[in-house]
Design a protein around this ligand. Structure first.
Ligand SMILES: Nc1nc2c(ncn2[C@@H]2O[C@H](COP(=O)(O)OP(=O)(O)O)[C@@H](O)[C@H]2O)c(=O)[nH]1
Ligand SMILES: [Mg+2]
Length: 423
């Protein structure tokens, strides 16, 4: 049993800072959940440090309590249209009876997550204009995240640039979207490049979208989830139609941690850290699906799916053939077990169905082979833990499975790999 202070003392200074920041924002119920989870942590210091360092992002996703997003920008750029897109189409799946130990809460999309804030345009001059501007800015400052919307046709002029700079000065995580890209006649990548350089951002910080057609909206959510993992649960609760995409973020994050764990020869039973990582993931997915579940229940669920046993069997089976470095096999097994666990948890929370052992085995085996092939592309040299984690996360983020999971169901899995070495 460890207290929070004992735990904190073992963390590297950097991680302590991250930890403090997110602990402060946690509501009491989540604090209790986190402490319950901590009790299950190994007391072995190096292992604990490793887990917390690798999992910082994952913990924020699972325990984060950020809930307010401001859609902010000048009039007519399409903020209300974007808002309507986000909160429409409630994906109310067939109701299922509550599973043992969980409470199913069918909740209407909670539009309260978004605030639409109109900022005055160039015509708002003088004292009155400035007052309007202050009102808009103070509304924005009451949120946890900013979606800054500009019009791709109107472009960015002095007023917009000034607004942008004032918003950035708030030091909040944000994304910039360029709306109405459906009617842009020019070359869009070029437009993005131009906008990015005006705003002194990189091109991946500017997302061309069409609020009208819905084009690129999942990209916006992905960017939000990356910039502010603490808001993922609230996004899932507010937007049922995007739950899989958000769950996939949690899966990608946990799987990449699993890959890094698999590189480490651990002094304790090898699957304990994986069970913890997967339990945190399952808790996170439960929150996205608005399920109430305790850490103990999450762990029980992970163990009941029998991934540890299956993983070991697969590992021995695949190592028999030789030719593939051991680290690739163990990383691939750890990643696929975690992906399958995440998928199984999703199906469980969504439809109340438990995947059969047969299909879990098939799926794990196929996925492991896919990951082995992809990891082989990284090269012969064994990467460091952090660098493998980054590569696996990228690889999963870019996978089409993140948008559409039907390929998993059809056992037809294709993973796009980004083999660039992270710097
Ligand atoms: N072509 C196109 N028109 C859009 C798009 N988004 C919004 N609009 C139009 O732009 C106008 C202003 O949209 P609105 O959402 O009210 O803007 P707001 O003032 O920022 O809330 C409306 O006529 C919308 O139909 C888009 O993505 N493409
Ligand atoms: Mg409006």
């Amino acid at each position: 049993m460890q207290t929070l202070d004992e735990l904190k003392k073992k963390l590297p200074p950097q991680t302590q800072v991250i930890f403090d920041a997110f602990w402060e924002k946690l509501p009491n119920t989540e604090k209790k959940n986190f402490l319950d989870l901590v009790q299950a942590f190994p007391s072995e210091t190096n292992l604990l440090r490793l887990l917390l360092k690798l999992g910082a992002n994952q913990f924020q996703m699972t325990f984060g309590a950020k809930t307010r997003i401001a859609i902010v920008g000048p009039a007519n750029v399409g903020k209300s249209t974007l808002y309507n897109q986000f909160i429409q189409a409630k994906d109310n799946k067939a109701q299922v009876s509550p599973l043992p130990g969980t409470t199913r809460i069918i909740q209407e999309a909670d539009a309260g997550i978004f605030a639409v804030i109109d900022t005055p345009g160039a015509d708002a001059v003088g004292e009155v204009g400035e007052k309007e501007r202050q009102t808009a800015l103070s509304a924005a400052s009451a949120s946890d995240f900013l979606i800054i919307v500009f019009d791709a046709i109107q472009g960015i002029k002095v007023t917009e640039l000034d607004l942008f700079q004032r918003l950035v000065a708030m030091n909040k995580p944000y994304v910039v979207v360029l709306n109405k890209s459906d009617i842009v006649k020019k070359d869009i990548p070029q437009l993005v490049q131009h906008t990015a350089s005006l705003l002194q951002l990189t091109t991946d910080q500017v997302i061309p979208i069409s609020a009208k057609t819905g084009d690129q909206l999942p990209e916006v959510l992905k960017a939000i989830a990356i910039a502010e993992p603490g808001i993922v649960a609230a996004l899932g609760q507010a937007m049922p139609q995007y739950r899989w995409q958000l769950a996939w973020r949690a899966i990608a994050s946990a799987s990449s941690v699993s890959a890094a764990i698999a590189l480490t020869p651990l002094p304790v039973i090898d699957f304990l850290p994986l069970v913890i990582t997967q339990s945190v993931m399952v808790l996170g997915i439960a929150r996205i699906y608005n399920y109430k579940i305790t850490p103990a229940r999450a762990k029980e669920l992970v163990l009941s799916f029998g991934m540890g046993f299956l993983g070991r069997t697969l590992f021995y089976e695949l190592s028999k053939f030789g030719g593939v470095p051991g680290w690739i096999i163990s990383a691939a097994v750890a990643v696929s077990m975690t992906v399958v666990m995440g998928y199984a948890a999703t199906i469980w929370f969504e439809r109340g169905e438990k995947l059969s052992h047969g299909s879990i085995r098939e799926l794990s085996k196929n996925l492991t082979k896919v990951f082995i092939e992809n990891l082989k592309n990284i090269g012969k040299k064994k990467p460091g833990k952090m660098s493998l984690k980054t590569m696996v996360e990228k690889m999963l983020e870019n996978s089409p499975l993140g948008q559409d999971r039907s390929a998993i169901e059809a056992q037809n899995i294709e993973i796009v790999v980004d083999t660039r070495q992270p710097n």
